[in-house]
Design a protein around this ligand. Sequence first.
Ligand SMILES: O=C(O)CCC(=O)C(=O)O
Ligand SMILES: [Fe+2]
Length: 358
Amino acid sequence: MGEVDPAFIQDQEHRPRSSIIEAENIPVIDLSPLNTQEAGDSTSDSSSSIHGLVKEIGSACKEWGFFQVINHGVSLDTRQRMEAASRKFFAQSLEEKRKVSRDDKGRLGYYDAEHTQNIRDWKEVFDSLVQDPTLVPLSHEEDDDQVTHWTNQWPQYPPDLREASQAYVQEMEKLAYKLMELIALSLGLPVKRFHGFFKIQTSFARLNRYPPCACPNLALGVGRHKDAGVLTILAEDDVAGLEVKRKSDGEWVLVKPTPNAFVINVGDIIQVWSNNMFESVEHRAILNSEKERLSVPFFFNPAHYAIIEPLEELINEQNPPKYRPYNWGKFLTNRKHTSFKKLNVENLQVYDFKVPQE
Ligand SMILES: O=C(O)CCC(=O)C(=O)O
Ligand SMILES: [Fe+2]
């Protein structure tokens, strides 16, 4: 990825701004009350701090769709091992990395030509599934109900990438469940309302490396998009790059990395489940002309057969469902299909399942 190939160049309106706005007020939420208490337990003294936390999470989801968490219980060692193994993997030659290339037969792994909204991203990635193998629909075609499975591929080097990833995603899963409990409570639902959706999962972890770019004003590390799943937990290094489209005024604002924090965002599925109470927000990654940047998102997703629709407890006559039900596996395979190559169509969005309102 030496010089800027036209495939990477964003349309004028989607290019990074020359003056960057830092998001001073993206909420930073301290999860330490959870370390002593389960979210649903109302019998103890700390229930009022849990109550405060639930309110904070609820307003962050409503006003930003994004927040950061600190004192989250994920061990620093696990995170650092993951990051160190990622850097070693990416530091190899392209030829070595391509030995574990992602392919259209359902093998996850390395990929350096992903497109978002039909423009190539200035990045390389390595994907691995939480459940190996993971069952998914064979194709994105609506009338095809055959299933297949996706599997992980691990490189020879570094030898500990597999173990580091597995330890990491285990901790991510724990954190994701805790966050989903808080989100359930903030929507007035039973604490474990969402747990059943994740017995079988299509969750995966991604390593993103954004190489330095000679023209950071023309290309993007990841083009503007919304995450399609339930929840994303992002670890980033100390190079800033994540920009979020601020709900209050539609401006792109840069999230300042907080050491050892995770950035959390609501995905499209929470938007649908909550019937738009919590909206999934557009974001993108900008580039740096000198420094590379590493980020590790964990995408928490339900089973392929999950039917996504507004939760019945949250709809009524005054607030009718804003979406018709859709199948998650088909949505996921459709997205994978469109991110493999440049197609001249807009990719599938939850918007496509919107019920027309009078
Ligand atoms: O690297 C980042 O900051 C954002 C990555 C992202 O949004 C994604 O991979 O979905
Ligand atoms: Fe994303």
